[in-house]
Design a protein around this ligand. Structure first.
Ligand code: GDP
Length: 459
């Protein structure tokens, strides 16, 4: 049904910019462009996949709305696999809005968030996990997370999943022939054979799942909290870390503009410091923001960076904080080592009872790269390199693979219990179905809606 209409949207971010882009996709895209674009050549004569200088003119009033560059892209070699027109105009909101309104007046409909990508999926240009990679790519916070998204966009994850799914389906077919047409001249499949085959598939799926934690961290980053007594150097540390790598500020789509997250890039991993404002303002973390709030900040964090003042030494408060931490990932910094001697540092270290700590002087920049390396090592073993391996970054994908694995395990148990193969095949069918939901080969309308609604407008 959707194929009958043509959609249009502003594809560049809101606000003034040098250039703004309006994208039109659908059967009427060329018709609309022909009515509103005045270039050197007649629109019909413009070759596909070329960029053309001209003006956007209201065909009724003759008013010129802007001087533009227009790209004409004939299907099927386009993002949506439909006819696409992109108008590069000047980046003011009024200009963009007027041209968009004109497109709509001429027969286009305002696109929903993600609708261009949804069409690319529905028309078979990309599968569902690739469509989701487009969102990830837009939201990437570091080079590494964008590389992971690109690899998913290229279909590396899809290929593995499709491969596993088609092997399951092949097995199902083989089981069906064996069970339903025993007279057929085909090698009969046995429980043992099925067991071995699905076991291999399970191993491969488990490998993909293992990459999830790593992928999640590269994509979403680490939530960290810096705690310690007043004046120990928390704000100085934050400044040092963010000054070195320039904080990246992102808007979170779908939220108001004033919620802004700040990310510090640590060896390619985005680090978000939670609740620093609170900590920065209070004189004494434990006393003023209260034990409960400190607890909550610690609870929410993936990582706690605790700072101890070398000059003042360990005291009750520090011990209290330490006991709160439980089994959280923890990095202890003994800060201001420039003010003390070796003996004083050793004393603190012995009070830490073998906990690993890093000696720092934020003031002099000592120990900062050690801290950065410690963070990387805690969360990703080895180097962060996402060039070769597949990284599972999406929680929806992970849950589906987990469900496929447990269906395979159920099938294996049934074989162990000498159940008939046609019963075993029910669980194998489930497993194949779960995998199909990742790539979109078997996916419901609701899930699709959920996924595409996360997109921004114009994508
Ligand atoms: P916060 O209250 O924990 O956020 O501490 P601040 O970052 O505001 O630092 C308190 C004071 O300690 C400031 O005057 C800093 O310049 C100083 N400071 C921080 N780190 C060091 C350090 O490593 N050595 C020395 N000598 N002073 C430091």
């Amino acid at each position: 049904m959707y194929k009958e209409d043509t959609i249009a949207a502003i594809s560049t971010p809101h606000g003034a910019g040098g250039v703004g882009i309006i994208r039109i996709s659908g059967d009427k895209a060329f018709e609309i462009a022909e009515r509103i674009f005045r270039g050197k050549k007649d629109f019909k004569l413009i070759r596909s996949h070329t960029i053309n200088y001209g003006k956007i003119v209201n065909p009724e009033s003759g008013a010129v709305l802007d001087e533009v560059l227009l790209s004409k892209m004939e299907k099927p070699k386009t993002f949506t696999r439909e006819d696409v027109v992109e108008i590069n105009c000047h980046g003011g909101m009024v200009v963009l809005k007027n041209i968009l309104e004109l497109c709509i007046k001429e027969g286009a409909r305002l696109a929903e968030p993600g609708e261009f990508t949804k069409r690319a999926f529905l028309n078979g240009r990309i599968d569902l996990s690739q469509a989701e990679a487009v969102i990830d790519l837009i939201n990437s916070k570091t080079n590494e997370s964008s590389k992971a998204a690109i690899s998913q966009l290229e279909g590396k994850l899809s290929r593995k999943i499709k491969d596993a799914r088609s092997k399951l389906i092949e097995l199902l077919a083989h089981i069906e022939v064996t069970v339903d047409y025993p007279e057929h001249d085909i090698e009969e499949i046995t429980g043992n054979m099925v067991y071995e085959e699905i076991g291999k598939i399970k191993e491969k799926l488990c490998d993909i799942v293992k990459s999830f934690e790593r992928g999640r961290i590269i994509r979403e980053g680490i939530d960290a909290v810096i705690i310690g007594k007043p004046n120990v150097g928390k704000s100085s540390l934050l400044n040092e870390l963010s000054g070195k790598s320039k904080a990246i500020v992102t808007d979170i789509p779908g939220t108001t503009r004033d919620i802004i997250e700040e990310y510090i890039n640590i060896n390619g991993i985005p680090l978000r410091i939670i609740d620093t404002a609170g900590i920065r303002e209070t004189e004494d973390v434990v006393e003023k923001i209260g034990v409960e709030k400190t607890h909550r900040a610690i609870d929410e964090a993936d990582l706690v960076i605790m700072m101890i003042d070398a000059k003042r030494g360990m005291d009750e408060d520090d011990n209290r904080i330490l006991t709160m931490l439980g089994d959280k990932k923890l990095i202890i910094l003994i800060n201001k080592i420039d003010l003390v001697d070796e003996k004083q540092i050793n004393e603190i270290e012995s009070l830490l009872k073998g906990r690993k700590c890093i000696r720092t002087s934020v003031k002099e920049g000592t120990g900062i790269s050690e801290l950065e390396n410690a963070i990387t090592e805690l969360f990703v073993q080895g180097e962060v390199s996402v060039n070769e391996e597949i990284l599972l970054t999406n929680i929806r994908h992970k849950n589906l693979i987990d469900m496929a694995i447990s269906s395979i395990e159920k099938a294996m148990e049934s074989i162990d219990g000498s159940m008939p193969l046609d019963l075993v095949s029910i669980d194998i069918t489930d497993a194949a179905d779960y995998l199909g939901q990742i790539t979109g080969e078997s996916v419901s309308e609701d899930v699709m809606h959920e996924i595409f609604s996360k997109f921004c407008l114009g994508k």
